[in-house]
Design a protein. Sequence first.
Length: 219
Amino acid sequence: MLDTITVDDAVRALRPDFAVLLMSAEGLVNGPSDAASGSWLSDAAAKADPGDPHVESWREAYAAFGAKPKRTRPSVDALLRRADALPAINRVVDAYNAVSVEYALPIGGEDLDTYEGPARLVRARGDEPFDVIANGEPAVENPVEGEVVWRDDKGVTCRRWNWRQCVRTRITEDTKNALFILERLEPYPLDRLRAAGDALAGHLRAISPGARIETRLLG
């Protein structure tokens, strides 16, 4: 499955330094947040560095495709700003949020069983559907033309590169098979990217010892 994921040339032209570590985890046994996942979040908060230069790299990337990074912050920027009060969601989400904060790295988590076709990172046409909850009700929005988005055959799965995930593919307590997207720009070292992947895999194996985990470095 990881071999089918692509990054469009238009995104590479925008940021040639972009690299992504893709991780699939099959056979997860997720559940409510617990003491272990809570400790991952608190430990990560103690190591959080909002001034990490990787955060500024993402702000620059957002500005390059027309987003306002102070209005719609890169995911890692938003998490680091509230590192002392990270919400507990469920064990798997807590795991990747903790690694994101500790390693100053945007990480997305997707429920693979909700996907239609392969994931790809593209610049949006502007008419793709993006499903959300608005005022407590299901709703559909659209990205801005030229915006960098992750998508599948059905629609946008994450807007503004890593800003906001759609409702359809989010990881829930019932998720069994997941895709994790760990995104890097210069000057972030590739060795640190791999270390973050190892840390996430360790958390996932603690949650689900029988999980089958594979990785692919793209870019």
